[in-house]
Each structure stands twice: as structure tokens, then as C-alpha cells.
Design a protein around this ligand. Structure first.
Ligand code: 2AM
Length: 500
């Protein structure tokens, strides 16, 4: 029996919206749905006649709003940017004080801050929630990163906890339902209140930046195995399959093994070999990198993974350049097994650096925006549902459990020990990539980050001297307390001589 009013509503019935709506309905909540193009709503409701909670199709925004129980809760899943603003404006005109708007799209966190503030002035409550895990995640259990009005989230929490992916309380391993769409019994939901205003979308952006890094690192491992050892796609698929059973165990390694084992139905060649080497991007990796530059936080691994996609995109230019610019002509003569292990270790160490950078960004942002982020909990909700889910994240939760104020993941005893044991191999791989002319930007920039971070002294003494020379920017002295600034009079003859 349908209830008179729905528990929640959802606007935007593209794939993510449809899947999230079905996930909500699977968990027994009645959900009203609305889409700008009514045919999509009608088709969606007709295709899904019997869900445990029930779908209520609505043809106008007025009908949608009237169908919701108070305080009304409406999830928006439309394109980030102008479309989101348009839908929010439409809802705000019809909603009453205390009603709740939830943006589940990939909004820029500063937009979420702006929207929350504007809606608060109208006594409407706003939640910006990161939803990670792609279409599968939305349908069967995403990782959810809600931020915004805390009291409003309390109203939403039962639904968010129900639909989120679940992990085992002790091991942190993702839990599966008896069948797709069958709710998981027990487990910790991969959803937690992240913080005020834009905190949820900020953390989702960092998740995506880290995802960019993970994907690029895997590609470098693949490229090095291919370039140095000449392994076939299926041989590499087996190696990734083995890696997935060890410390690198993760969704992205698992799908890489599957992809490398896949044949192209048309040509019967290895599928990966018929895919053009140009990668697209939607912007969250770029946002992460721009934010790193804005805040003055080093996140070179994440930025390199964005630049790698940029370089990949100029295919024709690269093909032309490949005929002109020559690299080294050397052949790798070492042992296969040892090199595969070294590449594994390089990948693991680089991954630690990349996550260290992501957490550094969140640490700085929380000061800037006055959030109180729980890093251990954030790592835990990334254990299930989302694209970067990995056994590794449990190590991060444990690290922040040991020390909530950990300045950098690299300083945690587990990660420190791991890098100590693996760094010789990491260095070997970065050196081999340089000698053989195979680009490994995330492996090598992670190593430079590690070596830079662990350096008590960097060559910035010379840099600051240069700044003092040409711009009188002053310098601090090694033999004086910090915060005292000096300048010396540089010889006139080295200054630019302007003839009048
Ligand atoms: P549509 O089916 O009518 O195009 C992803 O594009 C989703 O966002 C779709 O459900 C799409 O609706 C919706 N969408 C895009 N722009 C919109 C807008 N300005 N107002 C409302 N919905 C919009």
C-alpha cells in the first residue's frame, strides 16, 4: 500500500539518479521522483513497478513537492553548476522553512558553501553530499560524504546509512548482500557526517583527486612492465590479479586485472590494445590540484596525474613529436620476477605519498574553513562502495587511530616501516624509467615528494638568496631565530643597467 506522502524525493533521472532512487526504494523508503523531461520519469516508473518502498512519479515540481512528507527532503542529482542552481531555485520557491535540499552531485565545494548560506537565509536547510562509487555504487551501496546542516543530516541519516555500502566493523572489509539489491545485514555504513557547509563535497573532491593518482600509478606500472619486459596484456592481467591478493588489494587493481584479461570482441586482440591512448576528465582532479596550489600545499602526485591526462589528450601532437624527438636506446637485461616486485613496491610507496598529500590537503582546508574532520573515519567510509576502496585504507584508519593529530601519513610507524623496506625497489624503478625513457610521472614525483619531505635542509636557501638579490625580498638566517628578516646590499654591477 502506497503511503500518502513519500519519505524522500529525488530530482534528476540520469543513470546516477535512477540508481540512487532504486537503492533508496530497495531499503523500504517511498521515494518521489521528478525529471525535467517527463518521459524519462514515466519510463523509469513503468520499468520499476515493484520496489519494496515504492516509486512515485511526478510530472511537475509542484506535484513533486506536494508529495513529500515534512520536513521535506529532496535529493538533487543533476549536472553540477548551473543546472544545480536552477533546480535549487525551483525547489526553494516551493519549499517551506525547515525543509531539506540535498545535492548529491559532484559540486565544487565553494558552490556548496555559497548555496548553503543563501538557503539558510530562507530558513531552508542544505546538505552537500559526496556520492562515490559510480553507477554500481549508487545502485547497490555508495560511499556517502554528507556535509552541511548537522541537524538536517540527522533527519536524513537513517536513509543515508541504509543505502550506503557497508564494511565489517573489525576488519573494515566491504560486506556484500545476499544478492544485488538485497540489504546487507549489520556492518558499518560507509557514510558519516563530514562537517559544516561544503566539507562533504570537499572531501569527495579529494577522494577523486586520489582516485586520479591511483589510476595513473597503475598505468605507469603497466607501462613499465610492457616497456621494460615486453609483457602481454594477459600476462600483466595475471600479475595484477596476484597483486590484488596482497597489500595492493583494491577495486582499481581488481578491475585492471579484468581489463587486461579482456579480449576485444571485434578484433579478438587484447581489448586494452585497441583502446586509444587519450584520457578524458571531468574536472575534480583539476579542482584538487588548483586547490593545492591555492592553499600552498604540495600535492605533486595528484597534479601529475592530471597533467598526464592532459598530455595523453594531445595524441596527434605526440605522434608528430615521436618522429622528431629521440629517447635512449637501451634494453632491460635484469630478471623479470625481481622487476615485477620492484614495480609493485614503487606503486605501493607512491600510493602512500599520494594519500599523504590528499590528507595534507584536508588538514589544511579544515583550518581554512573551520571544519573538524575525522580522518580515520573518512578513510573508513572510503573502504566500501567507492572507486578507491582498498585494504590499504584500513591502514590509514589505524594510523589516525594511533595518532589523531598525525602531521603526515608518512610519519606513521606502519607507513614509515613499509617505505623503509620498499624504497630501494622504488628508487630502482624510477631510475630505470629515466634510463629507458619511459615516463613515470607519479612514481617519480612521489619519490621527490618523499625525499623533499624528509629533508631537513632543501636548496631553498639559494632560492631565497636569489629573491633577495633581484627583488630585495629579504631572507631569514640559519644563525638567528625564525621571523627576523635581513637584506644585504648586492653589488650594483649585477643589477640590470638601464641606459637613459
Ligand atoms: P533531462 O532528462 O530533462 O535532460 C543529468 O543531465 C540530469 O540533469 C538529467 O536528469 C537532466 O534532465 C537534468 N538536468 C540538466 N539540466 C537541468 C536543468 N537546467 N534543470 C533541471 N534538470 C536538469
Amino acid at each position: 500500500m502506497a503511503k500518502e506522502l513519500s519519505d524522500i524525493g529525488l530530482i534528476g533521472l540520469a543513470v546516477m539518479g535512477q540508481n540512487l532512487a532504486l537503492n533508496i526504494a530497495d531499503h523500504g523508503f517511498q521515494i518521489s521522483v521528478y525529471n525535467r523531461t517527463t518521459e524519462k520519469t514515466d519510463a523509469f516508473v513503468a520499468e520499476n513497478p515493484s520496489t519494496p518502498g515504492g516509486l512515485v512519479g511526478t510530472k511537475t515540481l509542484e506535484e513533486f513537492v506536494a508529495s513529500l512528507a515534512k520536513p521535506r527532503k529532496a535529493v538533487i542529482l543533476v549536472q553540477a553548476g548551473r543546472a544545480t542552481d536552477a533546480v535549487i531555485d525551483g525547489l526553494a520557491a516551493l519549499f517551506e522553512p525547515g525543509d531539506i535540499i540535498i545535492d548529491g552531485g559532484n559540486a565544487l565545494w565553494t558552490d556548496t558553501i555559497r548555496r548553503e548560506k543563501a538557503l539558510k537565509e530562507k530558513n531552508l536547510r542544505f546538505i552537500g553530499s559526496g556520492v562515490s562509487g559510480g553507477e554500481e555504487g549508487a545502485r547497490f551501496g555508495p560511499a556517502l560524504m554528507p556535509g552541511g546542516d548537522k541537524a538536517a543530516f540527522k533527519e536524513l541519516e537513517p536513509i543515508w546509512n541504509a543505502i550506503a555500502a557497508k564494511v565489517d566493523k573489525k576488519t573494515g572489509k566491504p560486506l556484500m548482500g545476499a544478492a544485488p539489491g538485497k540489504p546487507v545485514k549489520g556492518g558499518v555504513p560507509c557514510s558519516t557526517y563530514i562537517g559544516e557547509n561544503g566539507a562533504g563535497h570537499y572531501v569527495k573532491m579529494i577522494h577523486n583527486g586520489i582516485e586520479y593518482g591511483d589510476m595513473q600509478m597503475i598505468c605507469e606500472a603497466y607501462d613499465l612492465m610492457k616497456g621494460l619486459l615486453g609483457l602481454s596484456a594477459s600476462e600483466m592481467g595475471e600479475i595484477f590479479g596476484k597483486w590484488n591478493k596482497g597489500s595492493l588489494d583494491s577495486f582499481l587493481i581488481e578491475i585492471t586485472a579484468d581489463i587486461l584479461g579482456q579480449k576485444d570482441p571485434a578484433s579478438k586482440k587484447a581489448f586494452v590494445d585497441v583502446v586509444l591512448d587519450t584520457a578524458g576528465q571531468k574536472g575534480t582532479g583539476k579542482w584538487t590540484s588548483v586547490n593545492a596550489l591555492d592553499m600552498g600545499v604540495a600535492a605533486p602526485t595528484i597534479a601529475e596525474s592530471v597533467f598526464s591526462r592532459c598530455l595523453s589528450a594531445i595524441k596527434e601532437e605526440r605522434v608528430a613529436a615521436s618522429k622528431i624527438l629521440k629517447g635512449p636506446k637501451v634494453k632491460f637485461k635484469g630478471k623479470k620476477k625481481a622487476l615485477v616486485q620492484a614495480i609493485h613496491d614503487a606503486l605501493y610507496c607512491s600510493k602512500i605519498c599520494s594519500y599523504a598529500q590528499g590528507f595534507q590537503l584536508m588538514r589544511t582546508a579544515q583550518k581554512e574553513y573551520n571544519w573538524k574532520l575525522n580522518f580515520g573515519k573518512i578513510a573508513q567510509i572510503w573502504r566500501g562502495g567507492c572507486i578507491i576502496r582498498a585494504g590499504f585504507l584500513q591502514r590509514i584508519t589505524e594510523a589516525f587511530g594511533r595518532d589523531q593529530k598525525l602531521a603526515n601519513l608518512l610519519l606513521d610507524p606502519y607507513f614509515n616501516k613499509t617505505i623503509q623496506a620498499a624504497q630501494d625497489n622504488w628508487r630502482k624503478v624510477v631510475a630505470l624509467s629515466a634510463i629507458h625513457g619511459i615516463p613515470a610521472p607519479t612514481f617519480s614525483s612521489s619519490l621527490a615528494y618523499y625525499d623533499g619531505y624528509r629533508s631537513a635542509r632543501l636548496p631553498a636557501n639559494l632560492l631565497q638568496a636569489q629573491r633577495d638579490f633581484f627583488g630585495a625580498h629579504t631572507y631569514e638566517r640559519t644563525d638567528q631565530p625564525r621571523g627576523k628578516f635581513y637584506h644585504i646590499d648586492w653589488p650594483e654591477k649585477k643589477r640590470p643597467q638601464i641606459e637613459v
